[in-house]
Ligand binder design. Structure first.
Ligand code: C2E
Ligand code: MG
Ligand code: MG
Length: 593
């Protein structure tokens, strides 16, 4: 074999091998490209999946450089995910301490752990509140961050709605009670720690609403809130309980003096009128103060006692403050008992009527009676109106009571008219509380009672006190006119005690004026009083009303009233109020009556 031949064989073999290797490399390159493409596809898919996550996702290496980020998170920075890769995590954030936060977050936990944190990422437009969760994967960490800004805002809004009063922006009862609870807990742990509850109820606030409208009332409440805030220190809490009731928590005070001092300051601040809608509005407030004592267990007890003291301030004449003491508590308990008993007695009909004759001075005959209610109070017995009518009025129970009285009295009068046929028809006077005039069905009810008892309307005379009329002249006038249309008579009771505006009197359909007993007793004392009574009687007569003198006890009083042309009298000189049987005996034994 020639050398040439051998050489060419070797070259061919080399060429073959080269070709094989080229082919192999081509093959390898091809599969590498394929793998690369497959990897890219996988990456794209991965990114797409992350982009679809409803939150920000990023992952970083142990040097705190970005390995990746989803579009949602990148776009909050107005960037693409590519812009982040390889950059340090803090390169964009101007949130202070962000890098330290992430470093701590990455290093602190064991493998696979995750934790939740609120963090703030700021970009140029807004601040995000993010809940971040971390997952450790080998050398890198994946963060999943969810934007909870809106959720947090909604939570805060809910919190605000639950604990703040919309109208004034002040804390509401719930928040106040929580703070009071905290103060109480604090007091249990620390000696010589004092705090006080101040309860405020504005006097006659209803008048503002009624006369100036609810809009102005609301504005006034908000303005009051600001004024109260400026009267206290920043550590104190002023809250609105509702309506025109506010409470203050005076925290960490030296003693009672600090509390009364604040009460005085508030009262002084209210001497300056509010300017609302170009109107000057004056307000006054009744204030109750309760200082914490060691025996208080529950926040509501303190609030109750401050309320009780406030109530006392109202009773004592309003526009003042009172400090709670224990005797007030027993008074409140008694009053509560009275209310409960009244309720029960109305159901059981523990009431009865006494009747006091009203005498016609011209003829000396009984013209009628005034029905006066008496209460057989369970376990306590006979109770006079002065001891329960005020409570019945405050609680509104008087409405039921008066209705019972009216029906009972009308039945009685019908019965007597039938029994004493010889006697000229008698009239029954029935007292009506001012509360009745807030009842829309009052006129219907009275009409119905007359129908039921078959008493003719002219024999019923309703007594309305002067003060009840003055409480709400307009609506009372309308109702009185309706009652007059039914044929019922009307009488103004306790005249001279209610500061009535005389200009209204002639507009009311009144038949009778009853001169209050206080004028009658003063008659004995001198000339000046006589002149006042003369003026009242002249006024009544000029308005075509007849006059009843109430509470005539002496012959001297009677003589004077006769002299003043007073038509009727009522009083112990003739007869005290008595029960049905006694009255019947009186009529039968005194035919001249
Ligand atoms: P009033 O309507 O002015 O009734 C007159 C009161 O004077 C009655 O007191 C009567 O007993 C008393 N009185 C009469 N003559 C004399 C007298 O010569 N001397 C003295 N010292 N007192 C005399 P009473 O029965 O205690 O009633 C007090 C008040 O309670 C009544 O004053 C009335 O305002 C109210 N009242 C009584 N019954 C009712 C009722 O059924 N409904 C309402 N809403 N109020 C009532
Ligand atoms: Mg009366
Ligand atoms: Mg009277």
């Amino acid at each position: 074999m020639s050398t040439d031949h051998q050489e060419s064989q070797a070259i061919a073999a080399l060429q073959e091998q080269l070709a094989r290797e080229v082919a192999l490399r081509e093959q390898a390159e091809q599969s590498c490209e394929q793998a690369e493409a497959a990897l890219q596809e996988l990456r794209d898919q991965f990114q797409a999946v992350l982009d679809a996550v409803p939150g920000g996702v990023s992952w970083i290496n142990s040097d705190l450089q970005y390995l990746g980020i989803n579009s949602r998170l990148a776009s909050t920075y107005n960037l693409n995910p590519k812009d982040f890769i390889g950059r340090p995590i803090g390169f964009l954030s101007n949130s202070p301490g962000f890098t330290e936060f992430v470093r701590e977050f990455v290093s602190s936990d064991e493998q696979g752990a995750s934790r939740e944190l609120d963090m703030i990422i700021e970009d140029n437009r807004r601040t995000y509140l993010v809940m971040a969760q971390k997952y450790l994967l080998g050398q890198s960490a994946v963060f999943v961050g969810i934007d909870i800004t809106e959720r947090k805002q909604a939570e805060e809004k809910l919190f605000h709605e639950a604990f703040y009063d919309k109208l004034t922006g002040l804390p509401n009862r719930a928040l106040y009670m929580e703070r009071l609870d905290r103060a109480l807990e604090h007091a249990k742990r620390r000696e010589n720690y004092f705090f006080a509850v101040i309860f405020l109820d504005f006097d006659d606030f209803k008048l503002v609403n009624d006369s100036l409208g609810h809009m102005v009332g609301d504005l006034l409440l908000a303005a009051i809130a600001r004024r109260l805030e400026s009267a206290i220190r920043s550590v104190d809490t002023v809250a609105r309980l509702g309506g025109d009731e506010f409470v203050i928590l005076l925290d960490d005070i030296e003693g009672l003096k600090d509390a009364t001092h604040i009460a005085e300051r508030i009262q002084r601040s209210l001497t300056v009128p509010f300017m609302l809608n170009e109107q000057e509005i004056f307000t006054a407030v009744s204030i109750g103060i309760a200082l914490n004592r060691s025996d208080y267990e529950r926040p509501v007890d303190l609030l109750r006692d401050a309320d009780t003291a406030m109530y006392r301030a109202k009773v004592q004449g309003r526009n003042r403050y009172e400090v709670f003491d224990r005797t007030m508590h027993s008074e409140v308990m008694q009053r509560l008992e009275l209310e409960t008993d009244l309720h029960r007695s109305l159901d059981q009909e523990d009431f009865l009527l006494n009747y006091q004759p009203i005498v016609h001075l011209g003829s000396g005959k009984i013209s009628g009676f005034e029905a006066l209610v008496r209460w057989q109070r369970p376990q306590r017995g006979f109770t006079i109106p002065a001891d329960f009518i005020p409570c019945a009025e405050e609680t509104g129970l008087i409405v039921r009571l008066d209705r019972w009285v009216l029906r009972e009295a009308c039945f009685q009068m019908k019965e007597w008219q039938q029994k004493f046929l010889d006697h000229a028809p008698l009239t029954m006077n029935v007292n009506l509380s001012s509360r009745q005039f807030t009842q829309p069905d009052l006129v219907d009810y009275i009409g119905q009672v007359l129908k039921e008892t078959q008493l003719e309307p002219q024999y019923l005379k309703l007594e309305i006190t002067e003060s009840a009329i003055m409480e709400n002249v307009e609506s009372v006038a309308t109702i009185l006119k309706d009652l007059r249309t039914l044929g019922i008579q009307m009488s103004i009771d306790d005249f001279g005690t209610g500061y009535s505006s005389l200009s209204y009197l002639h507009r009311l359909p009144l038949n009778t004026l009853k001169v209050d007993r206080s004028f009658v007793t003063q008659i004995d004392e001198g000339n000046e009083n006589l002149e006042i009574v003369r003026a009242i009687i002249t006024l009544a007569h000029s308005l075509s009303m007849d006059v009843v003198a109430e509470g005539i006890e002496t012959a001297n009083q009677l003589m004077h009233f006769r002299g003043l042309q007073c038509e009727y009298a009522q009083g112990h000189l003739f007869a005290a109020a008595a029960d049905k049987d006694t009255i019947e005996n009186i009529i039968m034994q005194n035919p001249q009556w």
